[in-house]
Design a protein around this ligand. Structure first.
Ligand SMILES: [Zn+2]
Ligand SMILES: [Zn+2]
Length: 268
């Protein structure tokens, strides 16, 4: 089975399209790409219901939309028998775990992605202000992975998205020890997302790094596969490279979720 468990429900111009008719182009694109099941994972910070979680302008400027519209669009498609799952890409806000859980609790999620896009109010993958400029490459890597480890153990998430996002601009700590974060991932019982989105960023690589994925595999952490598509035509993009990475590390199964219950199915 081939799954793409990270995409944003948008129109062909990347504009938010939280309506049932916007789902079908993604399903069609998935079929063409040989993807069996897709999961929609809009950013949590677009929704009015989450406003009280946010402190940085990037989030506060965006959180005006109704979460119910999004959930209804995806849930209706699922109810009609389309191969879609209801997910959300949730920013990890340290110290706000209970509030995050309470806001999301009323909805029938299939899975929740956990993302670290900001650390200490500084952007990991955007900006300015950029984390990497504020504390240097080494500092950014250590802070980022410390926060990611907390996200893994938080109990809020099912999957960690683009798990080594901090490498996005191509700056790296070549000898980084992934052991501690992989321990946290195993302890937290979360899956790790293998994402092709990094290939379309300055770093030009899959997330995560092979050494990181190997550390996760050593600890029997499960995985998902993802494109992080913001337009339908990116669904399943570069999945041949993701599968080659999985094979080289020794993964034979991928995780599928239904109502937050994971199960393992053979890749391919
Ligand atoms: Zn993201
Ligand atoms: Zn995303």
């Amino acid at each position: 089975m081939i799954i793409d468990y990270h995409m944003h429900l948008r129109d062909e111009h990347e504009e938010l399209a939280h309506r049932a008719s916007a789902v079908e182009p993604f399903v069609t694109a998935a079929r063409l790409a040989g993807v069996d099941e897709i999961g929609f994972t809009e950013h949590v910070y677009y929704f009015e219901q989450t406003r009280r979680l946010w402190t940085v302008p990037y989030h506060l400027e965006r959180c005006g939309h109704d979460l119910d519209d999004y959930v209804t669009a995806v849930s209706d498609a699922k109810a009609r028998g389309l191969p879609v799952k209801l997910g959300l890409e949730v920013d990890y806000e340290p110290g706000r775990e209970d509030e995050t859980i309470a806001i999301l609790e009323p909805y029938a999620w299939d899975f929740l992605l956990g993302s670290v896009h900001f650390v200490d109010g500084l952007a990991v993958d955007g900006g300015p202000p950029r984390l990497i400029d504020a504390v240097g490459v080494e500092g950014a890597w250590h802070r980022y992975f410390d926060v990611l480890a907390d996200a893994a153990r938080s109990g809020v998430f099912d999957v960690l998205s683009h798990p080594d996002l901090v490498k996005i601009f191509g700056d790296r700590v070549p000898t980084f020890d992934y052991g501690p974060v992989a321990d946290a991932i195993a302890e937290g019982g979360v899956a790790v997302e293998v994402s092709t989105a990094g290939l379309r960023k300055p770093v030009g690589e899959l997330y995560p790094d092979a050494a990181f994925l190997r550390a996760c595999h050593d600890r029997a952490a499960p995985i998902t596969t993802a494109s992080d598509a913001h337009v339908p035509q990116l669904v399943g993009r570069d999945f041949d490279l993701a599968r080659a990475l999985l094979e080289s590390v020794g993964y034979e199964t991928v995780t599928v979720f239904d109502r937050r219950r994971p199960s393992q199915v053979a890749v391919g």
